[in-house]
Ligand binder design. Sequence first.
Ligand SMILES: *Cc1c(COP(=O)(O)O)cnc(C)c1O
Ligand code: SF4
Length: 352
Amino acid sequence: MPPHSTLGETPILTTSGDSVGSAGKEPSVRWQLAMKRAVRDPAELCQLLDLPQQFADAARRAAELFGLFVTREYLGRIGVGDPGDPLLRQVLPLDAEFDEIDGFVPDPLDEAHATPSPGLLHKYHSRALLVTTGACAIHCRYCFRRHFPYSTAPRSTADWRPAIQYLMEDTSIREVILSGGDPLTLVDDLLANLVAELQRIPHLTRLRVHTRLPIVIPQRVNDELLTWLKSTRLTPIVVVHVNHPQEIDSNVADALGRLVDAGIPVLNQAVLLAGVNDDADVLTTLSERLIDLRVMPYYLHLLDRVAATAHFEVGEAKARHLVHQLSERLPGYAVPRLARETAGEVSKTILV
Ligand SMILES: *Cc1c(COP(=O)(O)O)cnc(C)c1O
Ligand code: SF4
């Protein structure tokens, strides 16, 4: 089975029976419909965006490595007829993905060795990351988990039991990070059940959610979601993922506003990507837009050296210079930390 072959395929059904109750109910169904209606066919994407046939041909080839998946909501923010559009570049499969470049490998972070229990990554002191699902609502071509063995990730609450047992036994863990894939591709009933189990672990105090859903399907931030996030004893923190200011339209702004209005701290992590956001003006606008929406820039990640993503790499010297330019232009709180992940380190490495 090719890596990621399950991604994006009807994630509502990947929960083996646990998800009953939400499907078919308005209004929660609206975001699930957005998943179903997402564009997966490279020819359709290129036709909708009026791109020449050669892009469709290349995209069809590279989509064999990692499928195309982009919601209509996100697609609507991509300029028509512009192969260089910074949002398109994040989702369009390219022939460059076939390039084999020294140092770019399937698992640069050696996550296979940080997995004490299926679907759990425990690399850093006091927090552990739960891979809740392999599904995402967008397939980012630069994704550091594009080669992750998701078939081993849990698919139902019963599958999470060993991870929950591990969390129970390690009293040094204070915070659980729901990640994936994207945890918010799971239905709220399932997530609420998971959180109910987690909050029974006495030494846990915080619940972090790493998600791109508020950006790619803003209607995902619905009342059901806010209810379980707000009603848990654990302190919730949401970390979203926006790389370019053009990703934030008025619906995204509203979705982020609903989270913040609910009293939830919202942070952003971005990945520094060649041809997308490796530009001081773009990064400045991104930070300003986020701050104005009460979302705090958190990390600007250097690309993990994952096979098939070399064409996105920005050199370290340029990256440092960009962040220096940001600190000259913005208040300190609006400057993200430039971070790199190195296998075996006790935290992400902060460069600036
Ligand atoms: C990035 C990451 C975290 C979170 O790190 P913070 O610096 O707390 O944001 C936790 N676990 C794993 C495995 C990670 O990759
Ligand atoms: S949303 Fe995150 S996990 Fe999913 S493809 Fe994009 S970068 Fe990867």
